[in-house]
Design a protein around this ligand. Sequence first.
Ligand code: C2E
Ligand code: CA
Ligand code: CA
Length: 696
Amino acid sequence: MFKSTANNNLLTTQVEILFKAAPAGGLSNIFSVWLIFALVYNTQHHTSALLLGIAVSFLTTIRTFFTNNYLKNKNLDLNKYLAVYFVITLAIGVAWGLFCLRQAYHDDEAIRNMIFLINFGLIAGGIPILSVWLPAYLVYVLPQSIAIFFVFIHLDYEDHYFIALTFFIFMTVMIASSFNVNTRRKHEIELTYHNDQLINELNDEIHVRQKVQTELEDNKRQLEKKVEERTRDLMVINSNLEKVIDKKEKAEQSLQYLAYHDELTGLPNRNLLIDRINHSIEAASRNKQQLGILFLDLDRFKAINDSLGHVIGDKLIIEVTKRLLATLRKEDTISRNGGDEFVVVIERMLNIDEAIGIGQKLIGILNRIFDIDSHRMHIGASIGISIYPNDGSSALELLRNADTAMFNAKKAGGNRLQFYDESMSNRLHERLLIESELHTALSENEFHLVYQPQVNCLTGETVGFEALLRWNNPNLGFVGPDQFVPILEETGLIHDVGKWVVKKVTNMLSSGLTGKAAIAINLSALQCGDVAFVEFIQQEITKANINPAKMEFEITESLLINDYEKTERFLNKLHSTGCPITLDDFGTGYTSMNYLTRLPIDCIKVDKSFIRNIDSNPTLENIVKAIVNLSTSLGIKNVFEGVETTAELNIIQKLKGLIIQGYLYSKPLNENEINNWLTREDGVNIQYLEQVSKTS
Ligand code: C2E
Ligand code: CA
Ligand code: CA
């Protein structure tokens, strides 16, 4: 199919080239024929030349007309036009042939040769114009050449055969050239056609690609648009979803809050309480600590609720909650169990005295009158206490046991504390007893002081005494200061007792019984916040006219932690009276070094725990060495407390320690033992010590 189309196209192109050249071919024929006419005008050939001129002019004009017609109207029948062209060209060729034949009779050789030369020119010139379609060339040149050849053969020249042969060769070359030109032209046409086809194909390809590209771009644009729309949709959906989630979270939060809190008071409810207790149990078991559960029930709430209505009842519960919150520490958990029941969880409890202290405080504040809507009421509370790990290992067990204890407290008349564990209740009982006895201890003259010597271990000289409080109660017998001093502090009795101690020591100093030695008084944290107490001390010193340097005061680091600024003011005031200040139990606190430089401290007392076994523990020895170095570099004295053996003494001496307070020298002494002690013969009177320890 391609081939036949190619052939058609080839012929069409050949014809186009041929037809386009028709006017040029026609013109060269017309010029040639009229030139010949001019040449032979004066000979007998002028008639035949005129005929030829007319014939050739006519034929070429018609041929030009035909070819032009074809070229202008593309859709005409090619074969028909080609046939007409063939015939006209043949006619032109024959006309020329006939005219050439006529030259056989020419008498002017020069003119004949001129005519033939013009013919040769036409034959040669026809090649580029006609050989694009071979039949055209052949019908044009063959009649002329045959006629010329015929004329040459019949010439009566000697070498006419040679001339004819030369012409034959010329013709052969011309025809061969026309074949050659024809082949080349066709090849060119084919190449051109092929190139056109290639270009067309390429153009098609480019076109297709451009189309595809455009489509792709369109698709891309549409896709982008869709993505944009989709993103917008998604953003809207997302923000809606966020709103929904937010709402849900808020709802969940409020549900969660309701699930874990008491609506009336906002306190944690039983669910959250159990959760917290379980957490606290984990922490306590990890850190080997105790946990106290206080189960609190109001004593007369039911009666008030029944008689005054639940609106008043609710208000009362809210008031109770306020008082409880104001009393407890931040770290304690308080929850409402429902009704008039509350539970307090005391974490990191040091000892059960702490639970007792808090329990009694709570009972105290709930015992005070409530004023609600002009109703004055007195309710009171009963508290049951259970202790982890002693009274249970789970929240439920601890709560149940605290509840039982609370029930027992109610049964015993209410408005009291009760431990679940019997022995603890005994302890509580004992404590309550101590407390009630302490209230009258001062007025009943049950306190006295003992004095423990502080000795220069090089000279054996007694440089001071520490005044230590003793309590002898007719009902309880002898009670140790470790037991009753904390209760004095909790009840606030320490203020009066503290003043009594100062008075006692002033008397002692002015009596001269202790000689040149100073006397140290222990202060508790509560006293160190009270500036009036310093004024009292000042007055006593002035009244008795004693040297303030003889009255020393011992404070512990723990009191500095509570309210540093207040304590600092107190100490500066105290120090300004001329009384030296000692930091007691040194090393057991945390920031001792800091305090040493900032507070008016004259002396540190190295704690017993560093001295105990110092002879067999190099670490302790190093610590004490560092403490000694520090105090000497700060110009602060040091005292070593609790020295019991000569081995301990030897180490302290090695470390350049000077002042010793300990059983090795002396236990605390009664007033009447002091004189004996001061007038003893040797520095270290061990026998005396043994004697004293037997009697005290
Ligand atoms: P503290 O101030 O650390 O008193 C030293 C305690 O160590 C005294 O116990 C003393 O007897 C004891 N001690 C002295 N040398 C030795 C020894 O070699 N070995 C042993 N094992 N112990 C020794 P005490 O008299 O029972 O006093 C206990 C605590 O009671 C005192 O500790 C002090 O904090 C407090 N205290 C005593 N009297 C008063 C006072 O009048 N007011 C205040 N606020 N607290 C006082
Ligand atoms: Ca002390
Ligand atoms: Ca001490």
